[in-house]
Structures are given as C-alpha cells and as structure tokens.
Design a protein around this ligand. Structure first.
Ligand SMILES: Nc1nc2c(ncn2[C@@H]2O[C@H](COP(=O)(O)OP(=O)(O)OP(=O)(O)O)[C@@H](O)[C@H]2O)c(=O)[nH]1
Ligand SMILES: [Mg+2]
Length: 445
C-alpha cells in the first residue's frame, strides 16, 4: 500500500525532499529485495523506464524552494518528483496563518485537490496521506491546515498523518506562536496523528551528537528525515505474520492513538553519530535499549545528558527528582528495531506498567515492530515513537507566549484583515488548553 505525501511551504518542501532522498537510498541499498520493493511501493511509483518518482505533491505560495527541491531530486539520478505534481504562486503567505488559511488555501483548493487526486489514483491501494509542514510560517501552517481540511473532506476514511516542525523557541518569526496555536488547534480536529519534531531538539542532536559546526537546515532536515524514515519504512508488526506490514499509517495510528484527545507524537532514536564513525561502531541491543528507555522516562530526546535519576515511580505518585526533572508518563509507545539480531533483542523493560497510565494495560500501550534490515547505514538502530507528556512543556510555552501577546492584542489586526476573528483565536486557545490539561492528567492516574 502507498502513502501520498503533500509537502507544504518552505519547511515542508525541504524536509520532504530529504525524507524521500533517505527513503530512496535506504530502499535501494544492498540486496534486500522484499524490503526494497515494499518501500518503493509505499513511497514511489515507477515509470516505464524504471525511474522512481516520489508519490508527492509539492505546494508553496512561492516557487523558489519547490524548484530547488525538484532540481536536487532530479540531479540525484536516483529518484525525482513528478514533473507536474507541484503547485506554486509568486508570493508567499508572509508568515501569516490567516493569509494561508483564509486566502491562499481556498483560492487554490481545486488545483491542489486535483494534484492529490492524480497521485492517489496512481496507487493500487492507498494507505493514507501525509502532510509535511512547519507550524510557524504562513503557507505550511495556514495553507497546510486548509489542505488537511480538504483532504479530510475528500478522503473521509483515509488515515491522515501530519508531520509538523516546531519553531525554535527564540524563533525568527514574531507571530510564530499565533501561527502554531491556530495550526495545532485546527489539526487536532482533522488529523489522525500529529508527529512533531522540535527544531531546538534536532539542532542539539546536530551539534552534540553529530558534532556539526555550522548547522544548516539541511543538517536539521537530515536528522528529522532519518527519524521519520525509520518510523515509516517497512517493518514486521506483531500480527503481520512475517511479511512487511501493508498498512503503515493505520498500524501507526492504532498502536499510538487510542483516544482522540491524545494525538501528539514525538520520536527519539539511538544511536546517532557522525557518519564517519558509523562504520567503526558495533552495538549490542541491551545498552542502547536501556538508554532509550531512560530517554523516554526522563524526557531527554537524545542519547547525551540523560538524567539517570528519574525512576519509574513505585506507587501511583510521580515525583520530581533532585534535578527537577519529572517522570514522563506515556499513554502509548511504539518501539521499532531495525538491523542485525533484532529477534534476540529483549524489550521487556518497555512493557513495565509503571511507564503507562493506569487505564491501559501495558500490552495495549506498548507495541513492537522489527525489521532485520539495517536502516540508513546503522547496523542496529532503535526508534521510539511516543504518545506521552514529552511535548507538554513546549506546547505550554507556545500557548503561554501566544496568550500573552493576545492579551495585549498585538498583531491581531493582521489576522482579522484576512478573516480570522478574536473568537477564532479564543476557540483555538480553549481547545489547546484542553489538550494541555489532558496530557497533564496522564501523570496523575
Ligand atoms: N527544520 C526546518 N525548519 C525550517 C525549514 N525551513 C523553515 N523552517 C522553520 O519553519 C518556520 C518558518 O516556516 P516556513 O516553512 O519557512 O514558512 P512557509 O510555510 O514557507 O510560509 P510563508 O513563507 O509565510 O509563506 C520557522 O520556524 C523555521 O525555523 C527547514 O528546512 N527545516
Ligand atoms: Mg515561504
């Protein structure tokens, strides 16, 4: 089954390009025919000449980034985007969600829907749709939200996953928190799952683990795509009886999103190291899995600076440690192991009921996927997708900062002029306050 990806705005188009690039080299690397074929079917279609063409639609309100992404893909000689699978205009949405959502989105609805329909028709079977975008700008966030709404209307029964890049906390867009609040509140009603990467976290991975000196968006996007790819590439699920799962988005959603109030997913993975070191490293499973578990409970998103003081609470009480870190309670976790000896890995420590809320058994809350094929040059790698409290702090900050600006009505007129009212803002704040409250409650049961 196949996934149709819609890349929106600068960030969506740049992240999307890196993602397809990694997926393509991973699928074609070495002699793993079954895995490669399953991956290709999922993300590419093949022309009569054997060329791989991404199952993707590129949307931006300005042409530059789309042209660059298409050019780089074609130049790779390994894969490309469809020649007519893109839509762009002359001028961006000016970091204004309302401009994207109320003006550009509706203005170009038919054109974008038509491009998506063409991609969907190329799939023998559609596994679902994935929209890739940032939440801080105007096009990815505003048009992206509008397009997600259209997709929900046109494909009411399909799975929709939104991949969101969250801005640097001290970001370059003054209204980024407004745009983020409006995007998240709306997507919460539309999407089946919202998978988040925070630019700050990924940036730290680039500097501290990958030792990159001058970090560019390309570096950040490689890390995002590595993590996202390790989630989306074919894997064997518990009930797929030894064949690669045919329903990647459905399996992801049913493993992680059991309740519509909890849709925010985060990802962490081990190991991550400079590419020059990978060839010289060998791992056994127990060490990395122990680290990953501690990263989960202490909410450290990389294998560096892990707080080992955080422990699974003995009773129902979840307390803070001396370092001030609190225990990160999960609703559900999906562990994906790839590479050598996956069948011998002991993952029992993720089944501990102490990691989860009391209202789900750990058998329901924990899922495990495996693939014996090494991913993206790592002999062994483990990825954890969490539906946990880990995004609570950044979400709270985002909403708090937006609320403070809203209280003084700063920049509101720029949204009102495109058709978003103060009421719309208030509705968005209310619904995200509810999400924050629900995730806070997870730790108290
Ligand atoms: N990780 C990552 N973040 C990006 C990239 N490009 C932009 N961003 C982030 O995205 C936010 C800005 O959104 P953009 O995607 O540039 O905006 P847009 O969707 O093109 O919208 P407009 O330009 O307003 O029409 C900021 O938070 C940036 O930090 C990228 O390639 N990678
Ligand atoms: Mg832009």
């Amino acid at each position: 089954m196949s996934i149709v990806t819609v890349q929106l705005g600068q960030c969506g188009n740049q992240v999307g390009h890196e993602l397809f690039d990694i997926l393509c080299s991973d699928a074609r690397d070495g002699q793993r025919r079954e895995y490669g074929a399953a991956s290709c079917e999922r993300f590419f279609h093949q022309t009569m000449h054997g060329e791989l063409v991404a199952r993707a639609v590129l949307v931006d309100m300005e042409p530059k980034v789309i042209n660059q992404s298409m050019g780089k893909a074609a130049k790779s000689g390994r894969w490309r985007y469809g020649e007519t699978s893109h839509f762009s205009q002359k001028q961006g949405s000016g970091n204004n969600w309302a401009n994207g959502y109320c003006v550009h989105g509706p203005g170009h609805r038919e054109a974008v829907e038509e491009l998506v329909r063409r991609e969907v028709e190329r799939c023998d079977r559609l596994a679902g749709l994935m929209a890739v975008m940032s939440v801080a700008g105007g096009t990815g966030s505003g048009v992206g939200t509008y397009v997600t709404q259209c997709l929900r209307d046109v494909y009411p029964k399909s799975f929709i996953l939104n991949h969101l890049t969250w801005p640097y906390e001290t970001g370059e867009v003054i209204v980024q928190n407004y745009n983020s609040v409006l995007t998240l509140a709306h997507l919460y009603q539309l999407s089946d799952a919202i998978l988040v990467h925070e630019n700050d976290t990924v940036h730290r991975i680039c500097s501290q683990l990958l030792k990159i000196k001058h970090i560019s968006f390309k570096d950040v996007n490689r890390v995002i795509s590595h993590q996202l790819g390790s989630v989306l590439q074919p894997a064997l699920t518990t009930d797929s009886h030894g064949v690669y799962s045919r329903n990647p988005l459905g399996d992801l959603v049913s493993a992680l999103v059991c309740h519509p109030e909890y849709k925010l997913l985060s990802v962490c993975n081990v190991p991550q190291m400079p590419s020059s070191s990978i060839a010289y490293s060998t791992f056994s499973w127990p060490g990395p899995l122990r680290h990953l578990r501690q990263m989960l409970i202490s909410n450290t998103k990389m294998e560096e600076g892990i707080d080992w003081q955080v422990r699974t609470p003995a009773g129902s009480e979840r307390t803070r440690t001396l370092t001030g870190a609190s225990f990160n309670t999960s609703l559900a976790n999906l562990l994906i192991l790839r590479g050598k000896d996956v069948y011998s890995a002991d993952t029992g420590c993720f089944e501990d009921p102490g990691l989860y809320t009391s209202w789900l058994s750990s058998a329901e809350a924990f899922n495990l996927w495996k693939s014996p094929v090494p991913f993206n040059k790592y002999e062994k790698s483990a990825t954890l997708v969490c539906n946990s409290q880990s995004l609570l702090r950044p979400l709270n900050n985002m909403v708090g900062k937006a609320w403070n600006m809203f209280a003084s009505r700063a920049y509101i007129h720029q949204y009102i002029k495109f058709g978003i009212s103060e009421e719309d803002f208030l509705d968005s704040f209310t619904s995200l306050e509810q999400v924050i409250s629900s995730y806070s409650q997870l730790g108290k049961t």
